[in-house]
Write a protein that binds this ligand. Structure first.
Ligand SMILES: NC(=O)c1ccc[n+]([C@@H]2O[C@H](COP(=O)([O-])OP(=O)(O)OC[C@H]3O[C@@H](n4cnc5c(N)ncnc54)[C@H](O)[C@@H]3O)[C@@H](O)[C@H]2O)c1
Length: 375
């Protein structure tokens, strides 16, 4: 699959660093509307192909798949142009900032017999696949309740102006704070849950902004929630409570409680994170969880990633899955309708507001298959 990257900012490094794990993806070139950044990125990573303009990229007949790594507010328009030009799209999250726009892109792709798929691809990681296998094998009996945390700590009190990618792109703090932690981060765990439990029926959420003045002396164009909590009801009966903040210390843990025990993962951003089980036992007239946790065998060892950063994920595995599904003529495990559902979930949590909001989901999807090495 011949690919190109649009947007050579902070995250593009993670894709380039994990691209060699997927030799089926051949990078033809990169483009960014910021000329200097494009040149710096290409020079740092020794990439020879640089497109002079978006039009030149879209007109390249060899190109099959575009990785849209632009900022979230540019996703819709860039993806739309790529689809119109007949290219498959792998978009960074979210597909779009509004559900109507996300639906429009999915439908546009369907009418053109193309795929548009979105990050995060963390559900394809070894930790998620191990977790999923333990659930399928009934290790904890019937799953009932999920506690998912997505806390980042007070990033805005850290020296974020000094952060940059290896290629030299500054961490886009203004964009990160404007888009907000829910749209930026909740998807990492919310891509796991629908694969495990099927489509969600409704979301009840609350979201607010506790630190409006994150960058003293600098106006933000948009005030997004930095704390949100949501209860998601799945059609299968499972209930999930998700907490998302830029306040509480870093915590990306996931716990699922079932009739016969609990499954836990301490870091849903880490492909190599271990999965633990705790069995429930009857002692006299009480049912209690055993105090010790037992390591559930990993389905596969996660690769080592040649980059720094809190997330240890194979970013290029998502585009590779898209490419493989086309080559093998089978449904993509991150199907467009699956990604749309995740986009809708994340928007429902983000948009819940201070008075709380009960939201009925409008999208659904066919259940994805586990990875072949995790069946
Ligand atoms: N920053 C992170 O740690 C991180 C991690 C994972 C995912 N992401 C996601 O990756 C995406 C990009 O984030 P980032 O941190 O790299 O942002 P960034 O601002 O560093 O990079 C985005 C790049 O896109 C370019 N761009 C925007 N619109 C364009 C257009 N129409 N045509 C050409 N180029 C355009 C910008 O010039 C910029 O260089 C976002 O969706 C974000 O949620 C970011």
């Amino acid at each position: 699959m011949r690919i190109a990257i649009i947007g050579t900012g902070f995250v593009a490094d993670y894709y380039i660093k994990t691209l060699p794990l997927h030799p089926e993806l051949e990078l033809l070139g990169v483009f960014d509307r910021n000329e200097a950044r494009k040149a710096q990125f290409a020079a740092h990573h020794k990439i020879t192909g640089q497109y002079p303009s978006l039009e030149a990229l879209l007109a390249d007949d060899r190109l099959q798949l575009v990785l849209n790594l632009t900022d979230p507010r540019s996703h819709y328009e860039v993806s739309r142009l790529c689809l119109m030009a007949g290219k498959h799209v792998y978009s960074e999250k979210p597909i779009a900032m509004e559900i109507a726009q996300a639906k429009e892109l999915i439908e546009l792709a369907e009418t053109k017999n193309l795929l548009i798929v979105s990050a995060p691809c963390s559900v394809l990681g070894e930790a998620a696949q191990t977790f999923w296998k333990a659930l399928r094998e009934g290790f904890i009996g019937k799953p009932r309740l999920v506690y998912a945390e997505m806390d980042e700590g007070m990033v805005f009190k850290m020296p974020f102006r000094e952060w940059s990618s290896e290629a030299g792109a500054p961490w886009p703090y203004k964009d990160e704070f404007e888009i907000g932690t829910t749209l930026e981060h909740a998807g990492y765990v919310l891509t796991w849950l629908p694969a495990f439990f099927g489509p969600a029926a409704s979301v009840f959420g609350f979201a607010t902004n506790l630190f409006p003045d994150k960058v003293p002396g600098e106006e933000l164009d948009m005030l997004s929630p930095d704390f949100g909590v949501a209860v998601i009801r799945f059609h299968s009966g499972v209930i999930a409570r998700l907490t998302n903040s830029l306040i509480a210390p870093h915590n990306h843990s996931l716990k699922v409680y079932g009739d016969e025990g609990a499954l836990t993962c301490d870091d849903t951003w880490f492909y190599g994170a271990p999965v633990y089980t705790r069995k429930s036992v009857k002692i006299r007239r009480k049912s209690v969880q055993l105090p010790w946790k037992v390591h559930y065998p990993a389905v596969k060892k996660a690769p080592k990633f040649d980059y720094r950063g809190v997330q240890q994920m194979d970013f290029a595995r998502g585009p590779a899955e898209l490419a493989d599904s086309i080559r093998e003529n089978r449904p993509c495990r991150l199907s467009p309708r699956y990604c749309l559902h995740v986009n809708e979930l994340v928007l429902a949590v983000n948009n819940a507001g201070e008075n709380g909001m009960a939201y009925q989901m409008t999208t659904t999807f066919d259940l994805p298959e586990p990875m072949p090495w995790a069946r």
